[in-house]
Design a protein. Structure first.
Lengths: 211, 819
């Protein structure tokens, strides 16, 4: 699905990533790498194959778009350092792109690790009139791209039917990304009249009718 | 000292109390002193405590004739009680004997309520007689050198075994006993159980399948025939009886009359929220009861509960509104009347509650049944019959609970570690794990050591380590601590402590309810109106609320109960009887409802199977009435909706109660196609059930408890702030990860097995389908909902099943926005 914000085109992908066409930039939020390994290190036996899924999906979405830059909107790594970092390090070497991290609250590991992989780190980023942050931020004159809250939406229909889905949540001057990572949960949002909700399924992004 | 001399000691003591020993008591003494194990079937208030405390003490006297002067220290006996609340009573009974007989024995309690300093004292010097809970016993097994502590123990008594049997706490007990048999070879094992349908099996589960302990055991029945009278509370005018389940508050005046004329009345509700509501309602309508009324349920703080229990004993209370938290044990002599609000769902539970009154020997127990909606009156009529015919349900023990085994092995690994070969033999001799194979055992060992079935270089999994001598051990102090915290949490949602800002603990509410509250919201809890200040660190901070603000009542998810097979059969008989001339008082009272039902539809007879269809604002309803109990209906609804969804693409929302089930859709449901295609067929039942999405949803919920027990969900210490925030995850998420990446994981498979065997009751489902196939199907196309359908279609707790694609469904749905 392609949407238009401030005369720029953005492709919303069902993985939870957004491709910014004119900048050749792939935006991704809340991957939470290392979460599975963190649990396992503490004696909680989450299936370890789940570790690879994030990398498979990252590679797949990179192949889909002709991106030169990847921007992670925070919470790239879930907690303290563990072996999953090595997998990430290998992954970055396979994909020679410019990588930028906008810091999130979970990103607590030493900056040195990132700089060793040539990853640039910022508290926030500004491109034209777009403000990229981890926490939702409102600033006069800017459209804000952010993550952090892992938005989801609850749908209802005739015959007492209900559905819960992850979504992109768009306010007049803000777009909140869904969490990209496997093994992350949602927090459900209630839109207002002026908001737009783009739900993601396995195969596509669908705009949700509000009533 | 010979046996006669020992008995003289006991009989003299009984004589001094003005009592005479019952045959079942002396039979138990004899069997115990002969070195036998056993199961004692005796109800509460029958003197069962003395049936077992006495032989334990006599046995000590026998071995130590100089007992008055010389005391031999060390643990002699363990008394297990499923409810902490009962431990005080049991300790007091033991202390009476010890004091009166001049023994130098000490009696101690060890439970979740025991202070840390008391525990430390006990670890250094165990009391002679220890009263404890299954969880605390597990924690003892998790302490270093536990084997030494237990070595001298001569007896373990598992009280209220029927309550544990059929639960995972029961499995915990089986495992603990399997270990204790080895470390305490002199230990006799005794259980005490109320009457259940399968006492012989209960005995076998307790002692171990075909074990030596079982061979050397007896079953002793107290056979005390207690008279129980069941009275239904009927309104004067039936027309006003609500069609669906409310709280039953329309009969509050009748309840007040009962409270007035009895010394003490216990009012039992099925769930905590209706307990809170009844308390409020009585307080508002009859403020004169204020000083003599109290509330008792599992989420209220221990101090308040203990105060309530003591106040009942001391005749200081006129009425207590309570839940199953007062079902067990404690002997409340002053209780004269029992009121049961809403269907108790099982005969055994009903009898147990009835037995809470009229404790004096020979006195009749009276229980008043208050139906919360019209259909429940049929239940009242059926219950009366059950009581008269002594129909009691079975308790079905768990098999292959891998989650509990994982927890148990971690427990042993936390203490001194274990050697797998030794423990395998013990585990294999329990009832629960009688079918365990070496492959399954290895799977479990791999799971606790590698977190998976194969080792991989990058993996940092760490829990149980295998030491050089082959001992399995947890060495990390942090992991050991996490595990100890988890042992107590075998069931239950994450709960938050409710505290006043100024200090003072009130009780706990479930996380999902707390998450619905905003600061400033007012809610009623433990009979108090509270305003939420904020939620922080697993604590709900509140202050007294402005009395003018509107408040909501706290609710708990709890388990919804289902009719047992026995109860369902009685219920069907009663309902079919509605077409006869000879009606019970309850059915007579229901006459206006039946007339109303017959206007649109029929009251089915025993050879008829009723289906009703109608349309409302919500969509197209199809309601089916097998009268088989909630769980069977859940399975029937799943299987039928799945089969219909194969015919055309359609989405259903499913609802069920004990009488029938409903399929609701946004499209017309083609009943003719159901009949033409023989969709009630008994063929491929298992396959169809497995494929229906609904079963997956149910397994997802079962997995929650399994994940908690097996230590996959880190809940932290109740009430203590969680420092390891990064280790939290929802069990929903876990279920999906396991399903996607490790579908053959035994814990995941267990969730499905439990769904099919315990929840969907596949066996009963088949029988129900066979019965339906023999009946004539009567399909009524109604203009509007009938009285029978009303409680079902208004139920909001629903499942779904769909054969439409996600895209199709999303396009028909909307999200509501804040206006």
């Amino acid at each position: 699905m392609i949407i238009n914000i401030n005369n720029e085109h953005f492709t919303l992908h069902q993985s939870g990533a957004i491709f910014w066409e004119s900048k050749k930039m792939l935006l991704i939020s809340d991957v939470h790498l290392g979460k599975v390994a963190h649990f396992r290190k503490h004696g909680i036996g989450i299936p370890k194959d789940a570790i690879f899924e994030n990398f498979t999906r990252l590679s797949a979405v990179l192949e889909m778009f002709d991106a030169e830059t990847i921007v992670f909107l925070g919470d790239l790594f879930h907690s303290t350092i563990n072996n999953e970092w090595n997998l990430f390090s290998e992954w970055t070497k396979q994909h020679a792109k410019r990588i930028i991290l906008v810091e999130g609250n979970h990103d607590i590991i030493s900056k040195q690790y990132y700089t060793d992989l040539n990853i640039e780190i910022y508290k926030e980023l500004i491109f034209d009139d777009f403000l990229l942050t981890h926490h939702p931020t409102e600033r006069e004159g800017y459209f804000n791209f952010c993550g952090h809250i892992h938005p989801g939406i609850k749908l209802r229909g005739m015959g007492r039917q209900f559905l819960n889905l992850s979504c992109f949540f768009r306010k007049p001057n803000q777009l909140i990304f869904p969490a990209f990572g496997e093994f992350t949960g949602n927090s459900y949002v209630i839109p207002t009249e002026n908001d737009k909700v783009y739900a993601i399924t396995k195969d596509e992004v669908i705009e949700i009718a509000l009533n | 000292m010979n046996r006669d001399e020992l008995y003289t000691i006991a009989e003299n003591w009984f004589h001094k109390q003005g009592w005479k020993s019952f045959p079942f008591q002396t039979q138990t003494w004899t069997a115990f002193l002969q070195g036998k194990n056993g199961l004692l079937n005796a109800p509460t208030g029958s003197g069962k405590t003395y049936a077992l405390w006495f032989p334990i003490v006599l046995n000590y006297i026998k071995a130590n004739p100089d007992y008055k002067n010389k005391h031999k220290p060390g643990l002699k006996a363990i008394w297990i009680t499923p409810l902490r609340a009962l431990s005080v009573e049991i300790k007091q009974a033991a202390e009476r004997i010890v004091e009166d007989l001049d023994l130098q024995m000490t009696v101690g309690i060890r439970s979740g309520d025991t202070s840390q300093s008391e525990r430390t004292k006990q670890s250094k010097k165990m009391p002679d007689l220890l009263v404890t809970t299954p969880e605390s016993l597990q924690l003892l097994l998790a302490s270093k050198e536990f084997a030494k502590t237990f070595a001298s123990c001569t007896a373990i008594v598992v009280d209220e075994w029927h309550e544990l049997l059929g639960t995972k706490r029961g499995v915990q007990m089986e495992l603990a006993l399997s270990r204790l048999k080895t470390v305490a070879p002199k230990m006799r094992i005794w259980g005490i159980s109320a009457t259940i349908g399968n006492l012989e099996l209960a005995q076998q589960v307790l002692l171990g399948l075909d074990s030596e302990a079982y061979q050397n055991s007896v079953l002793i029945k107290a056979s005390i025939n207690k008279k129980i009278k069941v009275v239904s509370l009927l309104p004067e005018k039936m027309e006003t009886y609500p069609w669906r389940g409310h709280m039953g508050l329309h009969l509050i005046d009748e309840v007040a009359k009962i409270i007035r004329k009895s010394k003490t009345t216990l009012v039992f509700t099925n769930v905590r929220s209706s307990c809170e509501m009844w308390y409020q309602a009585i307080l508002e309508k009859y403020p004169e009861f204020a000083g003599d009324m109290a509330m008792h349920h599992g989420s209220i703080s221990r101090e308040i509960r203990q105060w309530v229990e003591n106040a009942i004993r001391n005749e200081e209370l006129k009425v207590v509104i309570c839940t199953s938290s007062l079902d067990l044990g404690v002997d409340f002599a002053p209780v004269e009347s029992i009121v049961q609000i809403g269907g108790p769902k099982g005969v055994a539970r009903f009898l147990q509650r009835a037995g809470r009154s009229g404790h004096q020997p020979g006195k009749e127990s009276v229980i008043y049944f208050l139906a919360t909606h019209a259909m429940e009156l049929i239940e009242a009529s059926a219950l009366k019959k059950a009581v008269a015919q002594h129909v009691v349900e079975d308790r079905i023990p768990y098999l292959n609970s891998w989650d509990v085994l994982v927890q148990y092995l971690n427990t042993l690994a936390v203490s001194d570690g274990f050697f797998p070969d030794e423990i395998y033999e013990e585990v294999k001799n329990t009832f629960c794990y009688q079918n365990i194979t070496p492959e399954k055992w290895n799977w479990i060992l791999n799971f606790i050591t590698n977190g998976s079935q194969s080792l991989q270089a990058y993996d940092e999994f760490k829990k149980v380590e295998v030491e050089e001598d082959g001992r399995y051990k947890i060495n990390s102090r942090l992991i050991a601590m996490h595990h100890r915290m988890q042992i107590g949490t075998i069931v239950g949602d994450a709960s938050l402590n409710v505290k006043f800002l100024s200090g003072g603990y009130i009780g706990n509410i479930e996380e999902w309810f707390a998450s619905k509250l905003k600061p400033g919201d007012v809610f009623t809890f433990a009979g108090k109106r509270l305003e939420l200040f904020r939620v922080k660190n697993m604590q709900v901070l509140v202050r007294k609320a402005d009395p003018k603000k509107t408040s909501r009542t706290v609710s708990w998810m709890g388990g919804r109960m289902s009719f047992s097979a026995q109860m369902s059969e009685l219920l069907r008989e009663e309902l079919y009887a509605a077409n006869n001339e000879n009606l019970s008082p309850e059915l007579k009272a229901l006459k206006p409802i039946f007339e109303r039902q017959r206007k649109e539809s029929i009251v089915p007879g025993d050879d008829e199977f009723l289906i009703e269809t109608f349309k409302t604002r919500e969509g197209y309803h199809a309601v089916f009435y097998p009268f088989e109990g909630r769980f069977v209906h859940e399975a029937l609804a799943s299987i039928l909706s799945y089969r219909i969804s194969l015919l055309s693409s359609i989405t259903f929302s499913l609802a069920y109660n004990d009488y029938g089930f409903e399929l609701l859709s946004d499209q017309l449901i083609d009943i003719q196609a159901v009949l033409d295609n023989n969709l009630f067929s008994t063929e491929y039942v298992h396959e169809d059930l497995q494929k229906s999405l609904n079963a997956t949803e149910m397994a997802r919920r079962k997995f929650r408890d399994i994940a908690v027990i097996a230590g996959l969900v880190f809940t932290g210490m109740p009430g203590k702030p969680i420092k390891s925030k990064h280790l939290q995850s929802g069990s929903q998420l876990l279920f999906e990860v396991f399903r996607d990446y490790e579908p053959d994981n035994l814990l995941l498979q267990q969730a499905f097995t439990e769904t099919f065997e315990h929840q969907l009751e596949e066996g009963r489902l088949l029988q129900a389908l066979e019965r339906i196939n023999k009946q004539t199907i009567v399909w009524k196309q109604c203009m509007k909902p009938t009285p029978f359908s009303f409680p079902i279609i208004t139920d909001r707790l629903r499942e779904k099943l769909s054969s439409e694609t996600l895209q199709e469904r999303i396009k028909k749905m909307t999200a509501s926005y804040m206006k």
